[in-house]
Each structure stands twice: as structure tokens, then as C-alpha cells.
Design a protein around this ligand. Structure first.
Ligand SMILES: [Zn+2]
Length: 228
């Protein structure tokens, strides 16, 4: 039997480590093959000044690959868009749809396109909004044979897990693995000016997410149902 798979889509290197790394790790432990799609190069989110754009791209790529290796990601696919400038264009939706048709994931992870409250500059980053919307639309297009036809045929994903959602309805208890989540996050060295200080703030922030668990990853999960 073909191994089950998961496709996790994000805008920048580190988004998935913030959003869903332990939940993804659990799926890998259950036997899923997990593929990461990183839409932009992340070259404009740096704590230090590094003049060469190519050098910044290389650093972020290396950090993302190191983080993915820690949890056993099958493959990291870099789409190579410019950080801070990604547009919702036909080509973006098409590329994501084709990836879904090729990989045939049961589960897709993405930013929540329903997040439109603009209450946080980081969370409502333009790239996050654009990629979340395109990923959602790609899940629709992928279950259709005629929109972007592919030799593998259509693919209906079963569930979409939206991380970074303002309206979560599902929590993964990560209390026992919080230190491991931080270890994976620490691969993104270029993103932290003081990792120890970040650790404290981060733990405080995610401790407020769920009443049930000390530390959790929170999602809005939707099931994709066929009406006809
Ligand atoms: Zn981001």
C-alpha cells in the first residue's frame, strides 16, 4: 500500500517550526511521509546585516533544511519567491495545485486564510495571507480534474490544518516536547538575537493557547467533504 503523505505549506523558513513541527513529527511517527513547501526565500527577515542577498538566501535554506532533518521530513521544496513580495497570482495557485496532485497528501497544513483581523504585524504578514489563501484555493483546484489537469488525476485532501489561526478548534499537546520544539526552532539561528530570551517569551505565549494543556500547537482543522 502506498505510504500516506502530508504537505505542509508556508511563506518563510521557520513558519512551520513555529506552527506545527511537533504535530508533523507525530504524523511521521505514524508512518506519514511529510513534504514541506517554503514559498519565499526568507531573505529579508534577518537580525544581522548581511549585504549579499544570495548569502542570506543560502543561510535561510540551510537553516530550514537542518530543522526539517531533525524531524525526518521527506523533502523540502523551495519555491523561491522574493521575501515580502509574493503576490497571489495564477502561477502560485497552479504550482501549489500541481504539487498536491503529484504528492497526493491526505492532510495539508497552511496558514489560516480566515485570519483577517490584523491584530499582529507578524502573524498577519502579507506573505502569510497570500500563501494561506493560495494554499486553500489550491486544495479546491486539486480535487478538480479540469483545473490544471495532471497525469496523476485529481486529489481530494481529507483535512486541512490551519496553523496560526485566530479560531483554533484542535490542539496537539506538546507539553512533553516543548524543549524539542525549541531545539528545532533554534536551527533558525539567523532569526533570533537572544534565543534564551525568546524561549521565555515563547513559552509564556503558547501557555495561554489551550486550557487543557500546558503547551500546545493550535489549529483550525477543517474536513474536506464531497457534497456530490
Ligand atoms: Zn513567516
Amino acid at each position: 500500500m502506498k505510504k500516506k503523505s502530508v504537505l505542509a505549506i508556508c511563506a518563510h523558513p521557520d513558519d512551520l517550526e513555529f506552527g506545527c513541527t511537533i504535530t508533523v513529527k507525530r504524523l511521521i511517527e505514524q508512518g506519514y511521509k511529510v513534504y514541506y513547501v517554503i514559498a519565499t526565500n526568507g531573505e529579508n527577515g534577518f537580525k544581522k546585516t548581511i549585504e549579499s542577498r544570495q548569502h542570506r538566501i543560502a543561510i535561510r535554506k540551510k537553516e530550514q533544511l537542518a530543522a526539517a532533518k531533525k524531524i525526518g521530513i521527506e523533502k523540502v521544496i523551495f519555491l523561491g519567491y522574493k521575501d515580502g513580495f509574493i503576490e497571489y497570482k495564477e502561477t502560485l495557485r497552479k504550482r501549489l495545485t500541481i504539487l498536491i496532485k503529484q504528492i497526493k497528501p491526505e492532510i495539508v497544513f497552511s496558514f489560516d486564510p480566515a485570519n483577517q483581523e490584523f491584530s499582529s504585524l507578524n502573524l498577519f504578514h502579507r506573505d502569510h495571507r497570500v500563501v494561506g489563501l493560495a494554499a486553500f484555493d489550491a486544495c479546491f483546484a486539486a480535487k478538480n480534474n479540469f483545473i490544471y489537469p495532471h497525469k496523476n488525476g485529481a486529489c481530494k485532501v481529507d483535512k486541512i490544518y490551519f496553523y496560526g489561526s485566530n479560531n483554533p478548534n484542535y490542539y496537539t499537546n506538546i507539553t512533553r516536547e516543548i524543549e524539542f520544539k525549541l531545539e528545532v526552532l533554534s536551527c533558525h539561528e539567523s532569526q533570533f538575537s537572544n534565543f534564551n530570551e525568546f524561549t521565555e517569551r515563547f513559552k509564556e505565549r503558547i501557555a495561554q493557547q489551550s486550557k487543557k494543556y500546558k503547551y500546545s500547537e493550535a489549529f483550525r482543522v477543517i474536513e474536506v467533504v464531497n457534497l456530490t
